[in-house]
Design a protein around this ligand. Sequence first.
Ligand SMILES: [Zn+2]
Length: 368
Amino acid sequence: MSAPTGPLLIGSEIYRRSSYGGQHPLRIPRVSTVMDLTRALGWLPPARFRQSPRAKPAALSLFHDPAYIAALQAAEARGHALPDDSRFGLGTVANPVFPEVFRRPATSAGGAMLAAELLRDAGVIYVPAGGTHHGLPARANGFCYTNDPVLAMLVLRRVGARRIAYVDIDAHHCDGVEEAFAGDPETLLISIHEEGRWPFTGHLEDEGVGNCFNLPVPRGFNDSEMRAALEGLILPRVTGFRPDAIVLQCGADALLEDPLSRLALSNNAHWSVVAALRPVAPRYLVLGGGGYDPWSVGRCWTGVWATLTGDEIPDLLPREAQAVLATLPRFRGRPEPQEHMLTTLRDAPREGPVRPEIRARLSHLARR
Ligand SMILES: [Zn+2]
């Protein structure tokens, strides 16, 4: 396989009409919005795009229990869960059996694993469908059926990246990734997530073998506070670790509009982290993650791609791009998008005071 010469985006059409069900937060389009917006803006020429392959069960067994993967395939074929599937966490409100319940996560995992292979020597690859950081070896968990970050990291290791830094700015703690790598001193794990929120792991004191750095943050976490975390935790730790590869999980559910968290970032905060980590290692894999407001997540992740490619984000979106945002489906009970969510990509910055508890936690982590 030839190494890419510039940033690549790995995506698929499977996400366009796939829904976890009418009441589920993942009934909304996300990856298709990114593909449509980047194309409407002229940022995704064919040479920059790769089709995500669907990982085969044998490939998924690098991390997952073959019996669990077989149950996932059987549930998809059958169209519903069996009572016995509860041992795999299948058929729950969070992890329902939906029409693509095997093919969709197998495609995200296949995309992240392909990215890792293409990063054999060096490069920058973006897999917006990736970032399913709650997946467990034999259990669906938190909307995640597979764990593509773990699979990608295992492949990165196999192709020669020894030291891997994983950074996670999703609103939720990366429990599945931490469980997989907390005992591995050649992996650095950094997670910033909302305190007191599901899955209730990732405490400040949870250190793994000294390789895990968890920063729980209070409600209202703002851009200034993310900058303090970037400069006081993420950059010094990742740089000092001298990683061969960086994996960034870029969940968009820490943005102000997100219905599943109470954090208050603007998308500028995400883009700053994406840009800051890029020069720190030769291999850079950027993944998606959570994100449950269709406009907020689509705009954020499209800007992530522009940050990687260097394309300039216009103040006002051209007509074709505005049309993509205008036609996103609206759901009863959700607020109508504000004007700027339909006409721009960049949010207004959401700066604020850096609160004392965040300063205290950052200095606690810096002392380690
Ligand atoms: Zn999340």
